[in-house]
Ligand binder design. Structure first.
Ligand code: PLP
Length: 482
């Protein structure tokens, strides 16, 4: 995507690719959408894709691949051990990150499993800018605790801070002093903070954190799943890097870390994932677990076709036209929504557009899941499927009480190279209608509530008949339009 100037003054994200393969999507009438969300227990995770118009649930594993990625899949060398495909992927990763070893895994959470098994001991603490759901689950499963020390600015919905994903260095220093190095499992930096609006981390902050960790003898782990977006923002927002090659920036980041891991469902527009490390001892310890949990060392749970697509996808990620696509279309969506008063997280990040449900649904108490209710309402109003990122995504405290999330967000994720500007305009229209009728949206309560990762499979029901009222108002305003 290129930042091309238009004489009209409009800010239009211009696609630097053309579409050569398409998938038909269905837009059901609102009465059917109502039935679908009821059948899904008001949980957007439980909707069937055939009932969804625009799937903005996640960017995970649904990014469009390039013709070169598809072509590469055809030359995959299918063998259990020593596949040529693996060595091609290993070469690309070693080149891009400048690290010595690569351990393959079937996806990002598998890397977290292996890293936690090696570095987290019962009673230890993992310190990080912010957690991701699966990261925290793996650390807690190993008996560890999670401490989040992202800068305060991260929780300001309206901000112009260019790097809201940064770590608070004072908090890092005092935590290291307070806990002592032996009680710290590792420090973790998550690029493009998933749960805090896809906000980037600055290079200076990564340098500072690395220095503190090295002085204290604490391991630094980097979650590079959303690195593509983060790289784009470093180049765009940090004048020191405007003219630096993306691959050089990537290598500099990697040189600051002890372990780098990623989900290739995001990074490299493919599937799979893996861990990069240069330290021999850490490599040997983690290597033992790969055949146990993932598969032999030259595939780690990935198919050879996935690995070929990933090798090409990673190379293609080192290009601003490629990594700029999502941030620019996210910005366009955020701007359209802001124009219509819909409260969104600013500055726009990568990953998706985050609607502030705490503001939009101020009348819904947090124990009735405002972001979950808004996600269900968005589907009813538009057929767009988004994801709740709020209290529903948290786990209850040990005494059964709710752990209220800092923010209640409905996240409209923008898979890379999948949607067009007309999709953005449609979404903005329905969202702005929903905003005008936000008083009609009501709360939700659980009817089936799993103990772990409840947002994946939990079922809920509306408090009152607000979904029907919403549909009725839609018909009044939109007539017999879909
Ligand atoms: C998606 C994601 C993960 C987990 O990766 P999976 O491939 O879904 O297991 C970890 N960290 C971040 C930041 C992610 O976005």
């Amino acid at each position: 995507m290129a930042d091309v100037k238009f004489l009209s003054g409009e800010n239009i994200p211009l696609e630097m690719h053309k579409v050569r393969m398409v998938q038909k999507v269905n837009l059901l009438p609102i009465e059917d959408r109502l039935e679908c969300i009821e059948g899904a227990g008001y949980n957007t995770f439980l909707l069937k894709n055939r009932d969804v118009f625009l799937d903005m649930l996640t960017d995970s594993g649904v990014n469009a691949m390039s013709q070169n990625q598809y072509a590469a899949m055809m030359q995959a060398d299918d063998s259990y051990a020593g596949s040529e495909t693996f060595y091609r992927l290993e070469d690309v990763l070693q080149d891009i990150f400048g690290m010595k070893y690569f351990l393959p895994a079937h996806q990002g959470r598998a890397c977290e499993h292996i890293i936690s098994k090696i570095l987290v001991t019962p009673g230890s603490t993992a310190i990080m800018n912010y957690h991701f759901t699966t990261t925290k689950a793996h650390i807690t499963l190993c008996g560890g605790a999670v401490e989040e020390i992202i800068i305060d600015e991260a929780f300001k919905i309206k901000s112009d801070h260019p790097f809201k994903g940064d770590i608070n260095l004072d908090k890092l220093n005092s935590l290291i002093k307070e806990l002592g190095k032996d009680k710290i499992a590792f420090v973790r930096i998550e690029a493009g903070t998933n749960l805090v609006g896809g906000q980037p981390v600055s290079m200076q902050n990564m340098r500072d954190v690395s220095k503190i960790c090295r002085q204290a003898g604490v391991k630094l782990v980097f979650d590079a799943s959303l690195l593509g977006d983060n790289l784009y923002f470093i180049k765009k927002r940090d004048p020191e890097y405007t003219d630096v090659d993306i691959i050089k920036i990537t290598r500099e980041i990697a040189s600051l870390m002890d372990i780098v891991y990623f989900s290739a469902r995001k990074l490299g527009s493919a599937r799979g994932g893996g861990i990069l490390v240069s330290d021999d001892d850490l490599f040997l310890k983690m290597r033992e677990l790969v055949p146990l949990y993932e598969g032999f060392l030259t595939y780690g749970g990935m198919s050879v076709r996935e690995m070929e697509a990933l090798a090409v996808g990673l190379r293609e990620t080192m290009d601003m036209d490629v990594i700029g696509q999502t941030p620019l279309i996210v910005e366009a969506l955020c701007n359209e929504l802001s124009k219509n008063n819909v409260p969104v997280v600013t500055p726009p990040g990568g990953l998706g557009c985050h609607v502030d449900a705490m503001d939009m649904c101020v009348h819904i108490p947090q124990d009735q899941y405002p972001a979950g209710a808004l996600a269900a309402a968005i589907f009813i109003a538009s057929g767009v499927r988004c994801m709740e990122r709020g209290t529903m995504s948290e786990q209850r405290n040990d005494d059964g009480s709710e752990r209220f999330s800092e923010m209640e967000l409905a996240r409209l994720a923008v898979p890379r190279r999948v949607f067009t500007l007309s999709h953005v305009k449609y979404t903005a229209d329905r969202m702005s209608w929903l905003y005008k009728n936000r008083h009609l949206i009501g709360g939700l309560k659980f009817t089936e509530e799993p103990r772990v990762l409840r947002f994946f499979f939990g079922r809920l029901q509306p408090i009152g008949d607000w979904p029907q009222q919403l549909a009725k108002k839609f018909r009044e305003d939109y007539g017999d339009s879909l």
